[in-house]
Ligand binder design. Structure first.
Ligand code: KIV
Length: 272
């Protein structure tokens, strides 16, 4: 059994808070379908995020904005069917929680009921405090998301590092404290200076999981397709590629095409 899998048979929101208390780093990756989720879970990842990055990675949209609640539920239900150990967190998509707390709760309930996911993630700070509270009051665990929040890309204008200036950094710190006080079980911080991320992680007792936020936080998250090198046009500094699946798959597929053309596949053993 891998080191990662040893301690916890099934990851819960409490396991994550315990990990932080015990100085054990948390591993988190995205997955959007059954087959990938089975691999990610089997390898010992603590948290699987059914991210709205499915909008980019699975559907080819330029931003995360177009993906719908129904589509998120479809992806999440596929992931949940594969997972035996990891905690499955599902993104509430753009437009499903920003207008009012009642709608936010209705969307979160649909995710929990129809996908079987274990928790939801929402982007934003004090602007969505009432929605977060309402969801939490219904017994649904909530993960926050601060820093670069891709659902607000048209407000930001670019995907560059957030909270480099004091004013935005101060707001982010206040938002993190608010999310903890409201009852969130963890916070993702995306693309912010490592020093600020570390400060935030030290200021709250719930886990802070970073993407492009340095090593001083309580865990790391990456988009699976980036991390295995399936995507190859996206090359941010924070991304470590653990393999080059784009190249491997391209070679395998072009070999298959050549074999079919040359009538080398199937051979005698590969037929009935
Ligand atoms: O949707 C997503 O994949 C995310 C991660 C980048 C944290 O929110």
């Amino acid at each position: 059994m891998s080191v990662a899998k040893k301690q916890y048979k099934r990851i819960t929101v409490k396991s994550l808070v315990d990990m932080k208390a015990n100085n054990e780093k948390i591993s988190m990756l995205t997955a959007y379908d059954y087959t990938m989720a089975k691999i990610v879970d089997g390898a010992g990842t603590d948290v699987i995020l059914v991210g709205d990055s499915a909008s980019n990675v699975m559907a080819g949209h330029e931003t995360t904005l177009p993906i719908t609640l129904d589509q998120m539920i479809y992806h999440a239900a596929s992931v949940v069917r594969a997972v035996e150990r990891a905690l499955v967190v599902v993104d509430l998509p753009f437009g499903s929680y920003q207008s009012d707390p009642k709608e936010a709760l209705r969307s979160a309930i649909r995710i929990m009921k129809e996908s079987g996911g274990h928790a939801v993630k929402l982007e934003g700070g004090k602007e969505i405090k009432e929605s977060i509270k309402r969801i939490l009051n219904a017994g649904i665990p909530v993960m926050g998301h601060l820093g670069l929040t891709p659902q607000s890309i048209y407000k930001f204008g670019t995907y560059t590092v957030r909270a480099k200036e004091d004013e935005e950094a101060e707001k982010l710190k206040e938002d993190a404290l608010m999310l903890e006080r409201a009852g969130c079980f963890a916070i993702v911080v995306e693309k912010i200076p490592a020093k600020l991320a570390e400060e935030v992680a030290q200021s709250v007792s719930i886990p802070v999981i970073g993407i492009g936020a340095g090593a001083g936080v309580d865990g790391q998250v990456l988009v699976l397709h980036d991390m295995v090198g399936m995507t190859h046009e996206f090359n941010p500094r924070f991304l470590r590629r653990y393999m080059n699946l784009y190249e491997d798959m391209t070679n395998a597929i072009s070999n298959y095409v050549s074999d079919v053309k040359a009538v080398d596949f199937p051979n005698d053993e590969e037929q009935y």
